[in-house]
Design a protein around this ligand. Sequence first.
Ligand code: UTP
Length: 289
Amino acid sequence: MKKVKTCIFPVAGLGSRFLPATKSIPKEMLVVVDKPLIQYAVEEAKAAGIERFIFVTSQGKSAIEDHFDSSPTLETILKKRGKDQELQALEGLRLEPGQAIYIRQHAPLGLGHAVLCAEALVNEEAFAVILADDLVLSREPCLKQMLNAYQKEQGNMVGVMDVPYDQTHRYGILKISKEEGQKVYADGVFEKPDIQKAPSRVAIIGRYVLKKEIFHHLHKQHPGAGGEIQLTDALQKMIPEKPLCGFRYSGQRFDCGTKEGWLEANIAFAASCPELRLNLKTVLGKYSF
Ligand code: UTP
């Protein structure tokens, strides 16, 4: 099987659950400890061997392009002032010339539609998708774990985790047919089912490895849950042709599209950072809950 080299980052959503913070700042530029969410996502993709980074953006998201661009004035000043560590931090986030591609989704018609916007830019048989607001703290980067496990797969793969039954209405939920170690195979997938209709509590998180045939199904997709073109519905349509595999990644996932998830991510990432750990403990100790 050919290596997966392309990753799509859909960043064109409204981020309405995080208003007013996201009125003029893209949700994907929200910072967890010291880096914006989209930088964590790009670093995760780089660590998994991704070489082409496709950002599906929209109006008001140009801060994302600027973040991955060079900044000659700032770099010159830092160099003059001998700020080597700060310069290094900037160099680490730059993408090589030609590696970053930006395309616009003209209206927030759903995740499936956002992925479809990148169709003409995907040359390979399979490609990855990362939703930057789903942040995963893990020893081995989540997408790397998935691409290793994907070697023997023929169909689509999604990152999955178990959620409480009363939260199934927030996720795409798999109907499981078979379990093999960290892999679960699905013969159905349902977008945001109520607790009564949920076939399991195995939920899709924002990590996908998709076969190019998904575009064919996305073209035919009508608006689904929330009036949006859902990626989950296209995955469901593809099941008779190609197996759908859920991968139980190792790590902890934070939904940084919500205030609660973002707050917890900040605490978890700070706690995992040797320089901040002690201070965090002292600070948290000041508050009684
Ligand atoms: P969400 O489901 O979190 O939607 O999108 P959202 O619009 O960003 O946020 P809320 O629900 O209004 O608070 C998951 C990911 O898919 C992207 C988002 O940018 C986010 O990274 N997305 C979503 C798009 O690129 N386009 C869309 O039309 C919808």
